[in-house]
Each structure stands twice: as C-alpha cells, then as structure tokens.
Design a protein around this ligand. Structure first.
Ligand code: KIV
Ligand code: NA
Length: 276
C-alpha cells in the first residue's frame, strides 16, 4: 500500500473522486484511522480542544504539535499525514514560518502542513512551498482568529465576504497551496470556490460540493464532546460506551468479581509452604 501524495489529491479532484480526511492526535487512533483507508490524516491544532482540554486552539504550541504529530506519524503507513501550524507559528516572519513548517516535517515526520488565512498569508505560503513543503490552506471559519471573528459562526454569507473568500482561494492556489480546507461557509459558496480552483477543496461544514470532507475524529466517534456543531455527523457513541465500560469495571472491582480466575497467576503449593 503506497502512501497518498499531493499528486493523488490532484488526480482525485480531476477524476471527481471525493477525498476523505480525518484528524488524529495519537498513535493508537492514527493506526485505526489509517487502517480505515482514509486518504489523509490531519494532526489538527483542534488538539487543543479535542485532547488538551483548552477551549480554543490559541494556546496550542509548536512543541505540542510536534509531540502529537510524531506519535501519529509512527502509526500511519498509507494516509498522507498533515501537520497543522499552530497560532502565531507562521505570522512573526517568513523565516520563522519556514523554519516552523520545516520542524513539522523533520521532527514531526509530516508530509505536508496546513495553515489558516487568505491574502495575508500568501507570501508565507510561497516561501514554505519554495522550501519543498506542501501547504494546505484553510479559509472561512479559521479558529485561530476566533477572538477577531467574534465567535464560531458561519463565514461568507454576504456578497462582499463571499467574494473575498473566493479571491483568497484563488490567491492560495496561485501561491502554490495543494488543497484548501473550507470551514463553515454556505454550501453554495463552497460550490463556486470548488469550481473556480484546480486544487481540491476539503469541506467541514461547507456542503457536499467540495472535493473532499474532513471531520474531527473525536466528533465522528462521539467521544467526550460537550458541544457538537451542526456539521458533525456522529458515526458512533463512544462516550457512552467508555463510561459504560469504566462503570462495569468499577462495579466488578467493588463486588470482587474482577479479576476472575482467568486473569490471575498461580504458584506451586510447595513453594507457597516455604514462605509461611
Ligand atoms: O484543527 C483541525 O482539526 C482543523 C480541521 C477541522 C480542518 O483545522
Ligand atoms: Na486547525
């Protein structure tokens, strides 16, 4: 099974084959997601909410990302592994941005990076791409800017905002991005953008007309989420199953049902006598 590459992304768009992408944050989940045949695994900075217990992605650091990215990379053989560039890791200077993108590749063993923004990151995307690092863009609801956007809400609903996003998508393509995540925008706008660029669009809350879809794996599995956005479909309810399993264990410990005879080790009678 050979590794999915950016060339496969391009081909899948040309052939009209939808691209399926999910997040993962650790080794065991990464091996399972890879085994499912998913095309790309994003180690998203949604790590902050999904795994680290923050209420936004803003506190996530480069070191946090690399730590989890390495674990995921060790578990993945076939999917493309994409490392998310965290807050402020690609804003201070072009040099710092290229170096941080490079760290996600060299230390995190990613095959591509993702960063948020449109026209304001075009030069950065060019510089990172020029270093031989594939870049995935991210437009619409960009969670690192949540404090500026004034909350998690649908973007690009009026004509002016929609035109701005369409232009940003074209600029990202020109800058060398190999794909663009479209988050929380009207499906009609996602369709226009998808038809206007030759690189694949990967939607999350952006409708069925995108070239691919991405979801946070914890959301799809119904794990530990207090809040489920409208665009999430739950394919399992692991939260309930995990609480159920832990409480069965607790009950069996309290009632001395666990461990059972099949879970214990024995010693010879004779040896036992010697210690008395
Ligand atoms: O961090 C993340 O998981 C993401 C995806 C939702 C696109 O950026
Ligand atoms: Na992200």
């Amino acid at each position: 099974n050979k590794r999915v590459t950016t060339a496969d992304f391009r081909r899948m768009k040309q052939e009209g084959q939808p691209i399926a992408m999910l997040t993962a944050y650790d080794y065991p989940m990464a091996t399972l997601v890879d085994a499912s045949g998913i095309d790309a695994i994003l180690v998203g900075d949604s790590l902050g909410n999904a795994v680290l217990g923050y209420d936004s992605t803003v506190p996530v650091t480069m070191d946090d990302m690399i730590h989890h990215l390495r674990a995921v990379s060790r578990g993945v053989k076939r999917s493309m592994v994409i490392g998310d560039m965290p807050f402020l890791s690609y804003h201070v200077s072009r040099e710092e941005s290229v170096r941080n993108a490079g760290r996600l590749m060299q230390e995190g063993l990613a095959q591509a990076v993702k960063l948020e923004g449109g026209r304001e990151v075009v030069d950065t995307v060019k510089a990172i791409t020029a270093a031989g690092i594939p870049v995935m863009g991210h437009l619409g609801l960009t969670p690192q800017s949540v404090h500026q956007l004034g909350g998690f809400k649908v973007q690009g609903k009026d004509r002016e905002a929609a035109e701005r996003l369409l232009t940003d998508a074209k600029l990202l393509e020109e800058a060398g991005a190999f794909a663009i995540v479209l988050e929380c925008i009207p499906q009609q706008l996602a369709k226009v953008i998808t038809e206007s660029v030759s690189i694949p669009t990967i939607g999350i809350g952006a409708g069925v007309h995108c070239d691919g879809q991405v979801l946070v794996v914890n959301d799809l599995l119904g794990m530990f989420s207090n809040f489920t956005p409208k665009f999430v479909k739950k394919y399992a309810n692991l939260k309930e199953q995990i609480v159920q399993a832990c409480s069965s264990y607790r009950e069996e410990v309290k009632n001395r049902v666990f461990p059972g005879p099949e879970h214990v080790f024995n010693m010879a009678e004779e040896e036992l006598k010697k210690i008395y």
